[in-house]
Design a protein around this ligand. Structure first.
Ligand SMILES: C[S@@+](CC[C@H](N)C(=O)[O-])C[C@H]1O[C@@H](n2cnc3c(N)ncnc32)[C@H](O)[C@@H]1O
Length: 270
């Protein structure tokens, strides 16, 4: 397989993500036991940047197994999670029921979110790390986000920084990918990013999106950019050279820093 346009990207990706669900549920990375015991899965800066979500209607696009969605619920939001993987949505529903957390979960394609959510409007649209690489068309995604927001509502997006994604995996010091190459990439990887056994459906199709294109797509969809923060840490060990400090992965002290994540808030006009 060489050409991402000629393959069924949605079918390949869904099979790949369906396979990852049981692996993630059993992984140390997602630490379900800790979550069940009350731990949040949100990074400390997320709650601070998003502000008080009490009683806000929040939809989490590409919610995976629902940990971040349910963490927003624990912070007081009225939450809905959406993901195209039925096993992921089943797991999220079951976790919400076990923990007696009020939450809705919908199995649907991100581009179909407006219809799948019944035309509902939200105060907050949240999307967390590792989501946008799975979507081929960022302007179309931005249009979905803008439609889901009620006037005065906002998108809160936390993502891997595209600059970090072009560096070598060992040291994160050499540029080995083209920042401006936005052609779909067929990946064949037997493992997911957590600990755990090999997958059966190993192929996926991913897209790298430049930071400028993401911001421009949101502005073109009518949203106002409130902030764009770049972070000098990651929430997983992207490079082997990273060191863990209080749940964040950073370069050793003294090494010049690069952006590894970014977070952005964009508001719908009142
Ligand atoms: C890396 S995960 C998001 C992870 C989340 N931040 C977390 O750590 O739990 C990406 C999610 O996007 C979902 N996904 C990928 N492509 C999608 C699409 N086209 N529509 C809806 N969901 C999609 C996958 O099923 C997966 O659950």
């Amino acid at each position: 397989m060489a050409d991402g346009d000629a393959v069924d990207w949605r079918g390949l990706n869904r099979a790949n993500w369906d396979d990852r669900v049981p692996v993630h549920l059993a992984s140390e990375f997602y630490n379900l036991d800790g979550f069940r015991a009350g731990a949040t899965s949100l990074r400390p800066f997320e709650a601070a940047e998003a502000g008080d979500v009490t009683s806000k209607r929040l939809v989490h696009l590409q919610c995976h197994i629902g940990l971040d969605t349910l963490s927003w619920a624990r912070n007081g939001a009225q939450v809905t999670g959406l993901d195209f993987s039925k096993p992921a949505i089943d797991a999220a529903r079951s976790l919400a029921a076990d923990l007696d957390i009020d939450a809705s979960f919908v199995a649907a394609e991100a581009y179909d979110a407006v219809r799948a959510l019944g035309g509902g409007r939200f105060d907050v649209v949240y999307t967390g790390t590792g989501a946008l690489v799975w979507l081929p068309d960022i302007p179309r995604w931005a249009g979905v986000v803008a439609t889901l927001l009620q006037p005065g509502g906002f998108l809160y997006l936390v993502e891997a920084h595209p600059y970090a994604q072009i560096l070598d995996d060992a040291q994160g010091s050499r540029i080995i990918r083209d920042y401006f190459d936005d052609q779909p990439k067929i990946e064949d990887c037997p493992y997911t990013y957590t600990d755990g056994p090999a997958l059966q459906h190993t192929h996926s199709v991913q897209h790298q999106h430049q930071l400028g294109k993401i911001v421009t797509a949101l502005a073109s969809a009518g949203l106002q950019i409130d902030f764009l923060n770049e972070h000098d840490f990651d929430c997983y060990p992207r490079f082997q050279s990273l060191e863990r400090h209080e749940g964040q992965y950073r370069f050793p002290v003294g090494r010049p820093r690069i952006p590894m994540m970014f977070s952005l808030r964009a508001s719908s006009p009142v």
